[in-house]
Design a protein around this ligand. Structure first.
Ligand SMILES: Cc1ncc(COP(=O)(O)O)c(C=O)c1O
Length: 363
């Protein structure tokens, strides 16, 4: 790219878009500068803005909800369930005449209950936007994430399984939506019109050719790396099954392929024998990186509590997410899942050893 002189508008970005759309079974892939921008642009393209509400989960990175507020709409939080994804049985109670969309997260790469969310979206005439920022390669009944709802958004930021440092994409089967997203990302231009002809109020969120080249190179290794992560997740599932108080994030038979961005465990202090804080100190001392997820449910973040959005976030209460944040969530990153089989055995040995001494740790 450097030497070609084509730093933008070359064929690298276009090539990656074709590769990634085909991989996720979507008709269109429109790349942009981040997962955050992808969500903002998707919502703008769907005419979501002031006065509208979008239903999101509270156990996720801030962007799932802040993007809703950034386009002028109000995020409404629906609790997670044992899947770590949005609990579909709680969605309908939060729907109002202002609700425009539901945006669940496929947390850690584990797909949310697509059938249940789609049925609710259809019943109430809502858009279903997938926050697919953890799920490159995950498939529901044979079809890729991002192509399951009306559209889906992806992140290619540095911590992700498929990354270019920064980057994002919107996937959709909807031709008109794809055209609108492409226009908004490119200063509101139309695909065929003159250069200085602007049909939409847009922004500049175009991906550079450098990022496009990086993404295609990374993409060529994605399936092989996903297979290593899956093998290692299976080793952890087996090895941890015998340890009380550690429950891996459950799957779902309708998930025909699960890509792991995180390997998540729910920690039960009563069964394991000590608190999560003590456990985290001990596992760090064993030299193993394990992080406790998000510190608070998103509705407790100052950006929402102190906002002038027309919703009182101080009265929100999502008990499952609150428990995950306060004492239950444990996550291994995707990079750990790229380790060897011996690395996984080391993890199992450490977790078994700590559990054997949990009582002493608790004192
Ligand atoms: C669930 C989720 N949604 C959205 C984003 C935003 O993506 P980006 O960091 O590329 O803006 C992230 C990034 O970590 C994420 O984890």
């Amino acid at each position: 790219v450097l030497e070609s002189g084509e730093w933008w508008y070359g064929d690298r970005v276009a090539t990656f878009e074709k590769e990634f759309a085909a991989f996720q079974d979507a008709k269109h892939c429109i790349t942009c500068t981040s997962g955050t921008t992808a969500a903002e642009i998707a919502m703008r393209a769907l005419d979501i803005g002031h006065g509208d509400e979008v239903i999101v989960p509270p156990f996720t990175f801030v962007a799932t909800a802040s993007t809703v507020a950034y386009v002028g709409a109000t995020p409404i939080f629906v609790d997670t369930d044992e899947s770590w994804c949005m609990d579909p049985t709680l969605i309908e109670a939060t729907i109002t005449p202002r609700t425009k969309a539901i945006m669940p997260v496929h947390f850690g790469g584990r797909i949310c209950d697509i059938d249940a969310v789609q049925a609710i979206a259809d019943k109430h005439n809502l858009k279903f936007i997938e926050d697919a920022c953890h799920s490159w390669g995950s498939k529901w009944k044979g079809k890729g994430t991002g192509a399951l709802g009306h559209c889906g958004v992806f992140s290619f930021q540095a911590s992700k399984n498929l990354n270019a440092g920064e980057g994002g994409a919107i996937l959709t089967d909807d031709d008109a939506l794809a055209e609108r997203c492409r226009s908004i990302i490119n200063c509101g231009r139309s695909e065929t019109g003159p250069w200085h002809h602007h049909v939409n109020i847009g922004t500049n969120a175009r991906l550079t050719e450098f990022a496009g080249a990086l993404l295609s190179a990374q993409f060529s290794r994605l399936e092989e790396q996903n297979a290593i992560r899956n093998r290692n997740a299976a080793i952890l599932d087996d090895g941890l099954a015998g340890i009380p108080g550690l429950t891996p994030q459950p799957g779902d038979d309708r998930i025909s392929h699960r890509a792991y961005h995180l390997y998540c465990l729910r920690f039960d202090a009563a069964q394991y024998g000590c608190s999560r804080d003590k456990f985290l100190e001990a596992i760090a001392a064993e030299g193993i990186e394990l992080f406790p997820g998000y510190a608070v449910p998103l509705y407790e973040q100052p950006c929402f509590l102190n906002s002038d959005l027309p919703h009182d976030y101080s009265s929100d209460n999502c008990p499952d997410t609150a428990a995950l944040c306060a004492r239950e969530a444990l996550c291994f990153t995707q990079a750990i899942l790229l380790g060897t089989e011996d690395d996984m055995q080391d993890i199992i040995t450490a977790l078994t050893k700590i559990q054997a001494h949990a009582e002493a740790l608790a004192e």
